[in-house]
Write a protein that binds this ligand. Structure first.
Ligand SMILES: Cc1ncc(COP(=O)(O)O)c(C=O)c1O
Length: 426
């Protein structure tokens, strides 16, 4: 037989693989093209993909052994014994938008928790509004009172518990029970607790959305999202995933699988560290309140105890407004000049507190090993329940020693105190 030519050998050399080598971890498959032995096998795989059958694939966007391993893990861990299916997306936000698009059509009405992740609101008010879907925002503490907000055209209720930045805990089972009676779909963003501390399918939701970017990845080096749905919702989700071309890479799926192996240990450490920092903050004179559901002072602490088995490392605290921007605090900002001075004083105080910390870096996102701080300006992110408290600061407490983190924050408060003293009485 004539030897293959150089260009042919370039395309084919070293592709036999190693069938007898079994590593502890699933291999990374980087694939666009998937090969078949026969046309019949190709057709059968195509039909299985069209039906959305598990583990069927014809192409890299549909699935590889690496992404399928992660989808299996999601069904088992997030599904918690319920009959669910999972799909991967390139980011947590992509998971949110794809889940909503899978179910909503022009003319539908959507109820969204007021404390939902900001970009969720932007999508509802932007692209969904343009498509003719109407969104109303509800007080996240409404519980069974949501019944009064339902319209004949209400198709979906979006939940996020605890909420972004303000950490309200929702009565998810009460809302899901009402929705189920009326045939309304419920979806929750379960990123904060993750399946390690919350089991949304036990609460009755139809879909759970996760930013795997956060605690599943756990190392601030990967972006990914997932939508996990009850079997009944799978055909709609699968259609949306296929039509939108949503998928995730093998490398990223592999990183998330690696993060998952240590997720419980990390989460328990995040929980313990965050609680230590939160309790210390509660005793600080500069702090008006600490918004952490695991603290007895949290307004929905009882609900959190009922429904969650732990808390992650993300929470906020509210600075004493009278201290930080007193011209505004007593309601006597008589002139625009007073208001401008108050807001400049607040900006300078926040900068002194957050900038140049030894351990808390300024950064968006959370769920990685490292501690982060970020002032939260939520005025434009609330409509049903406007925030009326003092300046908010969100912390993600990482895996460092909490004594070092507390010392870092103490230095921040000292720096803030110096800035406030220099700017005179508010
Ligand atoms: C509650 C919540 N859900 C979803 C997301 C989106 O995740 P991603 O950053 O992967 O798009 C975030 C990101 O900060 C988040 O805080």
């Amino acid at each position: 037989m004539q030897e293959d030519r150089f260009a042919t050998r370039l395309a084919e050399a070293g592709r036999d693989g190693e069938a007898t080598f079994v590593a502890a971890n699933v291999a990374v498959h980087r694939a666009s093209t998937v090969l078949f032995d026969t046309l019949e096998a190709t057709g059968a795989a195509g039909a299985a993909v069209a039906e959305g059958r598990a583990r069927a694939t014809t192409y890299g966007t549909v699935g590889t052994p690496t992404t399928m391993a992660l989808m299996d893990a999601l069904c088992e861990i997030e599904g918690g014994g319920h009959a669910v299916r999972a799909s991967l997306m390139p980011s947590g936000l992509a998971a949110i938008t794809t889940a909503l698009l899978a179910v909503l059509s022009p003319g539908d009405h959507l109820l969204v928790a007021d404390s939902s992740y900001g970009p969720t609101r932007v999508f509802c008010d932007g692209m969904l509004a343009r498509m003719g879907v109407r969104t109303s925002y509800y007080d996240p503490t409404i519980g069974a009172g949501i019944a009064a907000l339902l319209r004949p055209e209400t198709k979906l209720i979006w939940l996020e518990s605890p909420g972004s930045y303000t950490f309200e805990v929702q009565d998810v089972p009460a809302i899901c029970a009402i929705a189920r009676e009326r045939g309304i779909v419920t979806m929750i963003d379960n990123t904060w607790a993750s399946p390690i501390f919350a089991r949304p399918f036990d609460w009755g939701v139809d879909a759970s959305v996760l930013a795997l970017t956060k605690y599943w990845g756990g190392h601030s080096d990967v972006l990914m999202g997932a939508v996990v749905v009850r079997e009944s919702l799978w055909p709609k989700l699968w259609a949306a995933v296929r039509q939108l071309g949503q998928c995730a890479s093998g490398d990223d799926a592999w990183l998330v699988l690696r993060g998952l192996r240590s997720a419980e240990v990390r989460m328990r450490r995040h929980e313990a560290n965050a609680l230590e920092v939160a309790r210390w903050l509660e005793a600080r004179p500069e702090v008006a309140s600490v918004l952490h559901p695991a603290l007895p002072s949290h307004p929905q602490h009882a609900l959190w105890r009922r429904d969650f088995s732990g808390a992650s490392g993300l929470f906020s605290f509210e600075l004493d407004r009278a201290l930080v921007a007193s011209a505004r605090a007593d309601g006597h900002s008589a002139t625009a000049g007073d208001a401008a001075r108050a807001s400049e004083r607040e900006r300078a105080a926040l900068a002194a507190l957050c900038e140049r910390r030894r351990h808390f870096a300024i950064g968006y996102s959370w769920g990685g090993f490292e501690s982060l701080v970020m002032p939260a300006h939520i005025d434009r992110m609330r409509s049903a329940k406007p925030w009326t408290g003092g300046p908010l600061v969100r912390l993600h407490v990482g895996l460092e020693d909490p004594a070092d983190l507390i010392a870092d924050l103490a230095e921040g408060f000292e720096a803030m105190g110096r800035v406030l003293a220099a700017s005179g009485p508010g």
